[in-house]
Write a protein that binds this ligand. Structure first.
Ligand SMILES: *Cc1c(COP(=O)(O)O)cnc(C)c1O
Length: 361
């Protein structure tokens, strides 16, 4: 058989593996592996989704005007420079498609989100992995890794799976010092979980070389619907709109996301619950001898003594119906990423890890 060859880079891709959601033979499982909001979307969002069922014969808006206007109002941004996509994954992918190809380099960090590397490879560009400092983005290391071929730098702030973030001064310094041909992408998938943080929006407004991406999949509880957005300089948004599919978002996705972003109270409640439960879980695990970095997102990265111990703990949690995320693929084989669930789930996972540690001694 002759296999017809795809574009360069594509066969080098290791496909993305999502968080699992089932354990064979175990009932009443709790899924803490995909950083989903345990409370789901707001009532207003669910109602908007139900109503959208009556208009399924109509094509959706191509310009996403109403959703962009809502995002602009709520976040204080210029809606003309907002672009909406099928999850923020689509925006990340459009950025690679538009700005990086064969011979170009795309920087991501040592424990950075897997999609950056996949999107670079999908477009024939070369992903370049830059070390972090103790699981925190290292601006100097990124600057040192830039070459004439560098086109894009992706950082998630807060980062997944570490949960750590860098401050606005460091972010600004990175944007300022990058070579002229480089676009900085600040992935704010977890920005809504951080009090008084704009996700990098002010930096976007001040500069021509920064794009911010955001999502409805995490705090807004709409991972299953697939809506994300980007905010950037007019010249970048214009480029991305030229290659975006005109009907990339369904009407249901558009109206539901609009209702979700306008429900400021629900967002505030989810943020506050997450902050409280995250502090509780981190402390409970630390008391049982499982440390984690201070997280600013809706998960914590639990560190174990070794890869063997992390894997054994994962197996034990699974047998107890608790699904967390292994992160060996993110160069963190001795860690497990645990999403902050509702209060009973946090208690269950803390209790089970305590039991595992007892047994291990
Ligand atoms: C979850 C996540 C995303 C986005 O996902 P979408 O569902 O495609 O919006 C983007 N970046 C990071 C770092 C994430 O963890």
């Amino acid at each position: 058989m002759t296999k017809i060859k795809p574009q360069p880079g594509i066969l080098d891709i290791s496909p993305y593996v999502g968080g699992s959601s089932k354990v064979d033979g175990v009932e009443n499982v709790v899924k803490l592996s995909s950083n989903e909001n345990p409370f789901g979307p707001s009532e207003a969002a669910k109602e908007a989704f139900r109503k959208a069922g009556f208009d399924l014969h109509r094509y959706p808006s191509t310009g996403h005007e109403k959703l962009r206007a809502a995002i602009g109002e709520v976040h204080g941004l210029d809606p003309e420079r907002v672009i909406c996509g099928v999850g923020s994954d689509e925006i990340l992918s459009l950025l690679c498609q538009a700005y990086a190809g064969p011979g170009d380099e795309v920087i991501h960090t040592e424990h950075g989100f897997a999609i950056y590397k996949i999107s670079a490879q999908a477009n024939g560009a070369t992903p370049v992995e830059v070390r972090e400092r103790e699981r925190v983005t290292d601006v100097d290391a990124i600057l040192a890794a830039c070459t004439k071929q560098t086109k894009l730098v992706f950082i998630a702030n807060p980062n997944n799976p570490t949960g750590t973030m860098i401050g606005e001064a460091e972010l600004g310094r990175l944007a300022e010092k990058l070579p002229k041909q480089v676009l900085l992408v600040v992935d704010g998938a977890y920005a809504e979980y951080v009090e008084n943080y704009d996700g990098g929006a002010a930096l976007v407004d001040m500069r021509d070389n920064v794009v911010m991406t955001r999502t409805f999949s995490k705090l807004y509880g709409l991972g299953g619907l697939r809506v994300g957005w980007g905010y950037g300089p007019a010249h970048v948004i214009d480029v991305l709109n030229r290659i975006r599919g005109p009907f990339n978002l369904s009407t249901a996705a558009l109206v539901t996301a609009e209702a979700a972003v306008r429900d400021i109270e629900w967002a505030a409640k989810c943020r506050a619950d997450n902050t409280r439960l995250r502090a509780w879980l981190a402390e409970a695990l630390a008391e049982k001898g499982v440390p984690s970095d201070t997280s600013t997102a809706n998960f914590i990265l639990a560190r174990f003594a070794s890869q063997d111990e992390a894997e054994a703990c994962d197996e034990y949690l699974k047998s107890e119906g608790l699904i967390v995320r292994r992160v060996a693929g993110y160069n963190l084989p001795h860690c497990l990423r645990i999403t902050i669930g509702d209060e009973p789930s946090c208690r269950r996972v803390a209790h089970a890890i305590g039991q595992f540690k007892e047994g291990a001694r």
